[in-house]
Design a protein. Structure first.
Length: 132
């Protein structure tokens, strides 16, 4: 669809949220979800990628209505598929180490565990996210 360029169309400032006040805050894990994506299929020989996302309870709510943003900490762990097609993690994986650090051996047992929020490294878009 072609549209006429509006005369008020111009560069704007990128909206950001200051997440530094949440660093060091203790929060509980609320959700553990499994995901499958083909987003990285080109760099993964055409194979789908599997991961588990662990998210905390809502830390804060900023804005209202359509501009409302719920802040949570989250962390993504890659999982693998074995020869039989079962999904899981290896004993030396980051997910295995995280489970051990929380004293649990099953993903659903992470719910309710306390984590301390920190920030991710800066990504390619110059963004940082709440993690643990």
């Amino acid at each position: 669809v072609d549209v006429e360029i509006h005369e008020d169309l111009k560069p704007i400032e990128k909206q950001t949220i200051d997440t530094t006040p949440y660093i060091g805050k203790k929060v509980k894990i609320e959700e553990v979800t499994q995901h499958i994506t083909d987003r990285y299929a080109k760099s993964n020989n055409g194979k789908k990628s599997y991961y588990v996302k662990v998210s905390t309870e809502i830390v804060d709510t900023i804005g209202e209505g359509d501009n409302k943003v719920e802040l949570r900490g989250s962390r993504i762990f890659g999982v693998q598929q074995d020869k039989e097609g079962h999904l899981g993690w290896t004993p030396d994986s980051k997910l295995s180490n995280f489970l051990k650090s929380k004293g649990v051996s099953e993903l659903d047992k992470l719910k309710g565990e306390v984590v301390i929020l920190t920030l991710t490294d800066v990504n390619s878009n110059g963004q940082r996210f709440l993690t643990f």
